[in-house]
Structures are given as structure tokens and as C-alpha cells.
Design a protein around this ligand. Structure first.
Ligand code: PMP
Length: 362
């Protein structure tokens, strides 16, 4: 609508307009219950119907096999950096981390407190612009799992295929490309993601976990981090983030109505192609440092050849209702996050703006 901006934030990020309008229409009195979702008991039949529908729709979207549990948790993906080694390892167990950006690095550092992680590949010396060739990975023969971050939000590098872990257990932080394309869940032991980029508001973390991995947590594991507790109680051990789960449910419904993740991926590719082409065809005025084959469909970092113009770029774009284009403080430049809910029109407007800006300053 006219009074909304195109929000290119990395997360919390924009939500589909029709989802927001639906939530607005149901806010005051949810489907004749006489109350809003925020006021409901998490154990009442109304909320149970909401969380069950959200799970069922997510299972349909990602084609999640029955031997996997779906948990709706709190604490963000950051909490999972600790929960995963706590649930899967003894303190002296070895685990492998492929570090393709800052988030993978944070996950590795947290795992040091509860296991013996090893960085078997790091893209740091190349400023996190690459994904390794899988055959070059020197996996530890006795590692309990291999951890990857499938899309590095800050650096804009995305796995397009996945490595095969030696012992079969691949763990993935999918926070910033969750539900942006089809994924073969059966390749993973655990997939986890904060909701606030592609599927809802902040405050909800989705964990998809193979059931046989549940139930071996270290003794010191807090109840709130123990997958067994949450699994046995169907994410209702304590008060869950009810409103956030409801919002995720509306987004899942919307993604299904759009034709599912195959259709979503097509839309995301079209948007990303448009933007990367504009960068690549600018004769060096704009540059994206990421290796072409692993450029993210979700987060597009770019710099200006004349870096002194970057602040002006961000300011002028904001005047035209395109906001949050400043790059992460650790990388600089610009970053356009174009998650599922960013309409094609938003990317088209940005590309037009980029061409005008270049013409003015070339
Ligand atoms: N992993 C990735 C890939 C992320 O993008 C983020 C958040 N930007 C996190 C983890 C941390 O998530 P949270 O803030 O939900 O803890």
C-alpha cells in the first residue's frame, strides 16, 4: 500500500502484506473466540488448533518426514548454538564446523563450551565470499556431526548443495534461507532457524530434528534447552511465544497458497537475478564480492566503487521509501535483503534507483 516502505532489512524483516492484514482483521477477536491470540491460554483448544495447523502446514511445505519432530522454541538461533552440542555431545566429543561467515563462527565458538569443535574450513581469509569444494573438506573421522550455516546473512554466501558428513549427521543453521526454496529434510539431522527473516516475527525459533537424536542431552542441560522436554510436551512445556507461532502459521498458509516452496524459489531467483545483473552490468560502479556460483538469493551485499557515495546512496534510497540498505557494520557498503516477502516491485524499484544513481554520479 502507499504508506508502506520497501524494507530491505536483514531481520526482523518484512512480512507479506496479506498476512499482516489478516492478522489485523483477527487481532481483536480471533475467529469468534471473543479474545485475541495474545490473550489465549496456550493449553486451550483454540491455541492448540493454531499450533497444530502451523506444524501441519510447515510439514507440508518442507515435506518433513514423519521421523522428524518440529519444535517451536524461544531464544533465537543463538540459543541453538549451545543447545545443539548440549543435546548431541558429551563434553569431550569431537564435532566439525564449516565456517562460511560470522554466524557459523559464532556457532563454533559457543560449541567450544560444551564439546570439542574443530573448524575444518574457514572462509575468513577470503572475507567470507566462498563455499568450499566438498571433496577438499578434511572431516574428522570421529566427529559427531558436521555443522554448516546454509546462508550467511551478513556476507551473502549460500550453500546450493550440501556436503555429506562422514558419520551421516549434518546440522544446519537455516535462519536466513528457511522456507525460501525446497529442501530435502532427510539429508539433515537438525535444521534450525529463527523465524524473523522468512516466516514470521522474532521470538520464534523453529527446530526440525530427527527423532532418534532426542534424549541424550548432557546432564547440565537447562530444561529450556533440552529437546526431549520440548518434544514430549509438543513445544508446550512452558508458555510458548503464542502470538509469534500464530503469525508463522499465517505465513506458512500464505506460502502454501502461493503454490509451495518450488514456486517461492522461482520468485526468489527472479528477484535475485534482477539485482545481481544490475550490479554486474554496472561496469564496476557497483560490485558484489561474493563468488557468483554461491551468491545468496536472500541477502545481496554490494559496494560502490566510489565508496564515499555510499552514505548518500542509502539516504537517497530512504527518501524514495527503500529503507535499511546499509550493509552490516562488519562489512560496510550496502546490503539488500530480499526475503520471500519482498515483492518483485520492490527489487524493480531498487534496480531503477541504482541505475539513476549511477547515471547521476558516473
Ligand atoms: N544465524 C543466522 C544465519 C542469522 O542470520 C542470525 C540472525 N541474524 C542468527 C543466527 C542469530 O539469530 P537470533 O538473533 O535469532 O538469535
Amino acid at each position: 500500500s502507499q504508506d508502506r516502505v520497501f524494507n530491505f532489512a536483514a531481520g526482523p524483516a518484512n512480512l507479506p502484506e496479506n498476512v499482516l492484514l489478516k492478522a489485523q482483521s483477527e487481532l481483536y477477536n480471533w475467529r469468534g473466540s471473543g479474545m485475541s491470540v495474545m490473550e489465549m491460554s496456550h493449553r486451550g483448544k483454540e491455541f492448540l488448533s493454531i499450533i497444530q495447523k502451523a506444524e501441519a502446514d510447515l510439514r507440508t511445505l518442507l515435506n518433513i518426514p514423519p521421523e522428524y519432530s518440529v519444535l517451536f522454541l524461544q531464544g533465537g538461533a543463538t540459543t541453538q548454538f549451545a543447545a545443539i552440542p548440549l543435546n548431541l555431545c558429551k563434553p569431550d566429543d569431537k564435532v566439525d564446523y564449516v565456517v562460511t561467515g560470522s554466524w557459523g563462527d559464532k556457532a563454533f565458538k559457543e560449541a567450544q563450551k560444551y564439546s570439542q569443535p574443530k573448524v575444518i574450513w574457514s572462509g575468513k581469509s577470503e572475507k567470507y565470499t566462498k563455499i568450499p569444494a566438498f571433496e577438499e573438506l578434511e572431516q574428522s573421522p570421529d566427529a559427531k556431526y558436521l555443522h554448516i550455516c546454509t546462508n550467511e546473512t551478513i556476507h551473502g554466501v549460500e550453500f546450493k548443495t550440501y556436503p555429506t558428513p562422514k558419520n551421516g549427521l549434518l546440522i544446519a543453521d537455516m535462519s536466513s534461507n528457511f522456507c525460501s526454496k525446497p529442501v530435502d529434510v532427510s539429508k539433515f539431522g537438525i535444521i534450525y532457524a529463527g523465524a524473523q527473516k522468512n516466516v514470521g516475527p522474532s521470538g520464534v525459533t523453529v527446530v526440525i530434528i530427527r527423532k532418534d537424536l532426542i534424549g541424550n542431552a548432557q546432564e547440565i542441560t537447562p530444561v529450556m534447552l533440552d529437546f526431549k522436554i520440548h518434544d514430549e510436551n509438543k513445544s508446550l512445556y512452558n508458555t510458548p511465544p503464542c502470538y509469534g507461532i500464530y503469525m508463522c502459521g499465517l505465513v506458512f498458509e500464505d506460502l502454501l497458497e502461493q503454490g509451495g516452496l518450488g514456486e517461492i524459489e522461482k520468485k526468489n531467483k527472479r528477484k535475485a537475478d534482477l539485482l545481481y545483473n544490475a550490479i554486474d552490468e554496472s561496469k564496476g560502479f557497483y560490485r558484489c564480492p561474493v563468488e557468483k556460483s554461491v551468491r545468496s538469493l536472500m541477502n545481496v551485499p554490494f559496494t560502490l566503487e566510489k565508496s564515499e557515495l555510499e552514505a548518500e546512496f542509502v539516504k537517497e534510497a530512504a527518501k524514495e521509501k527503500m529503507v535499511q540498505l546499509k550493509g552490516h557494520r562488519s562489512v560496510g557498503g550496502m546490503r539488500a535483503s530480499i526475503y520471500n516477502a519482498m515483492p518483485l516491485a520492490g527489487v524493480e524499484k531498487l534496480v531503477d534507483f541504482m541505475k539513476d544513481f549511477q547515471a547521476k554520479h558516473a
